[in-house]
Design a protein around this ligand. Structure first.
Ligand code: ADP
Ligand code: MG
Length: 352
């Protein structure tokens, strides 16, 4: 396999001890590591090079370049990059708390005060990325990691594998990368960054019910290890969707101008907020197509059973983020000014 970076001569094993598995995505395994020199713990994202063709690998390299260049308290830092003949290794800041929603599931429901803190972290990270001309494009619970398993904690956005710098955008506003142009209808082979694994029919059949012991177990978890399934756009011709059903914005599904621009990230963050407050998915379906069709229409409910205890300020923020028209949707910097994010001390500290 060809070398992709200029670092192919350094061996990761010489610098880090690699240990137990922390998590898994469709294309990567993330393991614990320890810096041999400083004994500092890290996370190492191990990416198999032969899972990608050249074009796909460009995106992996893009992730690496983007992540190395950015520095913000709410974005997982990339410390270093290594490469062997078969693998690419990203040495990441270790987030001991793991995925935010696993944490929330074990803690029961959050207070509005804590939900607001979490959301402020997410939106601050997005404000920074958007200010740098970068869209994350895959905001969802598995990609929001926590610094600790106990409060107080901070959240950080991870997995910029689909991130897109709109500085080099071709201007048509269409989803123009990973598999977006793969119009041949095939989806049986690898569907790497499409994340289509995340809305498997069996998993997405219903909103998470409040009787469920793991209230925050995301439907997307079930299909995680099975990177298969279709995820064609809802009405905009062939090709695969960029993003994850349930989280992806209507304009992305409908391939409207402005798709995959900063507002699309804000929609996905709005879905995360909806889930934090209610324990349910706003857009769901028995299969991807149904899930995507509901999202495309933009219609979602706020049943009194979950929402009667939620404050009007929180509801207004959800509505501002889940606004179908991307030009009217709250931007990250506007959301940070919203009272529910700006004044957490006024919010309830008791669990929802
Ligand atoms: P993929 O691109 O394949 O989705 P991710 O970068 O999202 O891979 O990582 C997969 C999983 O590994 C995450 O969902 C999380 O559980 C875990 N993980 C990723 N990065 C870290 C980190 N820096 N610290 C701790 N766990 C991590
Ligand atoms: Mg991921």
């Amino acid at each position: 396999t060809r070398a992709l970076t200029a670092v192919a001569t350094r061996r990761i094993e010489d610098a880090y001890e690699l240990g137990s598995r922390l998590g898994e995505g469709a294309f990567a395994t993330v393991v614990r590591g320890v810096d041999r020199a400083t004994r500092e713990p890290v996370a190492v994202k191990v990416i198999k090079k032969d899972a990608f063709d050249d074009r796909e690998m460009e995106f992996v390299v893009r992730e690496t370049a983007i992540m190395k260049a950015i520095c913000h308290p709410n974005i997982v830092a990339v410390r270093d990059v290594y490469e062997s003949r078969s693998h690419l290794y990203l040495v990441l800041e270790l987030l001991e708390g793991g995925e935010l929603f696993d944490l929330v599931a074990s803690a029961g429901s959050l207070s509005e005060q804590r939900a607001s803190e979490v959301m402020r972290g997410v939106v601050s990270g997005l404000a920074y990325l958007h200010g740098q001309g970068i869209c994350h494009r895959d905001i969802k619970p598995e990609n929001i990691l926590a610094t600790s398993k106990t409060w107080p904690l901070q959240v950080k956005l991870s997995d910029l594998g689909m991130a897109h710098s709109h500085l080099d955008d071709d201007g048509d506003g269409r989803a123009d990368s990973f598999f977006a142009d793969n119009d041949d209808g095939s989806n049986s082979s690898a569907t790497p960054r499409s994340s289509s694994r995340s809305c498997e029919p069996s998993a997405a059949s219903a909103p998470v019910t409040s009787g469920n012991t793991s209230q925050f177990r995301m439907p997307s978890d079930a299909g995680r290890s099975a990177p298969s399934g279709t995820c064609g756009g809802g009405g905009g011709g062939g090709g695969h969707l960029i993003g994850t059903p349930g989280y992806v914005a209507p304009e992305v599904i409908r391939r409207l101008p402005g798709a995959n621009a900063p507002p699309s990230d804000m929609w996905s963050a709005g879905v995360v907020l909806y889930i934090l407050l209610s324990g349910k998915m706003p857009f769901y379906g028995r299969n991807d197509a149904e899930c995507l069709a509901r999202t495309a229409s933009g219609a979602y409910a706020m049943p009194a059973r979950e929402w009667s205890r939620v404050s009007p300020a929180a509801v207004s923020l959800v509505r501002g983020m889940l606004c179908v028209d991307p030009s009217k949707r709250l931007t990250a910097s506007a959301a940070l000014q919203h009272p529910w994010l700006a004044s957490p001390s006024t919010l309830s500290a008791s669990p929802l």
